[in-house]
Design a protein around this ligand. Structure first.
Ligand code: SAH
Ligand code: DHB
Ligand code: MG
Length: 222
């Protein structure tokens, strides 16, 4: 019952503020056609990420977990023409779909999709000295979230905004007996985040068209 209400209100908000143009709608369709799981951020979450990118005056963004490029496009649209968005994806098939969507969005010159395990790509990115990034969005596989956070810090400067999706998992983070590796992964991340003196952070719960979850919002201290 509550889920129905959350969905209706999500629709109300997205009708007002979360407009999906044909490119964003087409991105979701292209994922359905390619049998890619429907685990993109929602329209309102995409808009929220876009606002955060603008608020942080981001010119250089790192995304970990591209999927079909849906969040990539919301974020990419916050960037100036000389901006840069590097996004990391394990699955070549996801990256191929994302690439087509990003080009359709006119973001082909701004978005760089790299394929591989994020934990193997991140050291290469550090060596290339592409960073520091202004904003980092963590949204790949959940077990190594704490390691992604460590890498995010290495690729940050004071003031960098780090956002991590799916850190509440329908409240399963409250269950100390939960054996789901994804839940264990985000709990480990949340604890490391809370204890880390280099950052200031909180988590906002998210409800709506997607299941109850949460996003961690983090700023790197000076
Ligand atoms: N940010 C996307 C959703 C990402 S879903 C959006 O909101 O639109 C998570 C993605 O992370 C999937 O495409 C999955 O293939 C990818 N992934 C899983 N394990 C990974 C790894 N080790 N390194 C990089 N990407 C990974
Ligand atoms: C999953 C991953 C996501 O990034 C998400 O937003 C929802 C679910 C998952 O792997 O279950
Ligand atoms: Mg997610």
């Amino acid at each position: 019952m509550e889920q129905e209400l959350f969905e209706s209100v999500d629709e109300y908000i997205s009708d007002l503020f979360g407009y999906e143009d044909s490119v964003l709608k087409g991105t979701i369709k292209s994922m359905e056609a390619a049998d890619i799981p429907a685990i993109s951020v929602s329209a309102n979450q995409g808009k929220f990420l876009q606002l955060l990118a603008r608020l942080s005056n981001s010119k250089k963004i790192l995304e970990i977990g591209t999927l079909g490029g849906y969040s990539t496009i919301w974020l990419g649209r916050a960037l100036p023409p000389e901006g840069y968005l590097l996004t990391l994806e394990l699955e070549q098939s996801h990256a191929d779909v994302a690439h087509k969507n990003v080009v359709k969005a006119g973001l082909g010159n701004i978005v760089d999709i790299r394929v591989g395990k994020a934990l193997e790509l991140l050291p290469l990115i550090e060596a290339e000295e592409i960073g520091p990034f202004d904003m980092i969005f963590i949204d790949a596989d959940k077990p190594p979230y704490a390691e992604y956070f460590e890498w995010a810090l290495k690729l940050s400067r004071p003031g960098t905004l780090i956002v991590a999706d799916n850190v509440i998992r329908e409240g399963k983070v409250l269950d100390d007996d939960c054996t789901d590796e994804r839940v264990i992964g985000v709990k480990r991340f949340n604890k490391a985040l809370a204890e880390n003196k280099q950052v200031s952070a909180t988590i906002i719960q998210t409800v709506g068209s997607k299941e109850h979850d949460g996003m961690a919002i983090v700023v790197v201290n000076s």
